[in-house]
Ligand binder design. Sequence first.
Ligand code: FAD
Length: 248
Amino acid sequence: MPYSEQTVTTVRPWSDRTFSLTLTRPSDFKFANGEFVTIGLKREGKLIARAYSIVSMADDDHLEFLSIHVPDGPLTSELVHVKPGDSVWVNSKATGSLTLNHVLPGRNLYLLATGTGLAPFMSMVRDPATYQAYEKVILVHTVRNIAELAYREELENRVSDVFRYVPTVTREPFECSARCSDLFISGELCRQLDLPQAEPEHDRVLICGNPDMNKQMTNALRETGWTMTNHSGVANFSVEAAFVIHHN
Ligand SMILES: Cc1cc2nc3c(=O)[nH]c(=O)nc-3n(C[C@H](O)[C@H](O)[C@H](O)COP(=O)(O)OP(=O)(O)OC[C@H]3O[C@@H](n4cnc5c(N)ncnc54)[C@H](O)[C@@H]3O)c2cc1C
């Protein structure tokens, strides 16, 4: 049985579209920061499971996730109602292409996320080892509404000489309304942060977001000399690989 039954310990709503939850962690469950695992609920004996990036760190004793709420989504229409003490089923195997091992060592690390695409980057920005590997870590998180800036307070408190946090909001007045991809591609991000322009020779990019953003970034980076990590080797940027979800 690849799934183990875990217990919900906390639920934290961020907006009417997003919430976080923490679960107990299976004692033998291993993963690297940035990976995802399939989690699910059992309804009438049937498991409904979906891929989720892990927000908590590899050495935390619990598991944390950031979830969308799709009103007619088979899993999240139910998951949004879970309470502490309820069961969630967790697959035994985590995987993914957004770990630090999926890009070459380098100078500055750019983490570009839209919506719940923030999730895999939370574990990285929480882990001191990330800052030993890079001179600066820059997280850009784009959402539609301010309330969807999950973990904003924590991220603002983490800002330091080595960590920069750039929240952007597209559908409500906010200090920055540009999409993370546009900010990066135009060079505006580096100008704003007073950093040297990102270059494939020196810098690394991890991308996690909606399919349009992933595609826009992949095309723009490839056109300007960046190489994507794939089965033939680790390069200077990586995107969460297309993944077939088994809808039960
Ligand atoms: C590798 C991978 C990692 C993922 N990590 C996360 C994560 O950390 N958090 C998370 O909430 N989801 C994540 N997802 C999406 C997740 O697997 C489910 O699709 C999501 O939980 C909705 O499930 P559902 O059964 O309610 O609806 P589904 O039938 O799975 O989806 C219905 C529709 O909702 C939209 N949708 C699904 N997920 C999202 C989302 N996250 N943001 C915006 N729109 C969405 C899509 O248009 C989709 O067609 C990930 C998917 C993959 C492939």
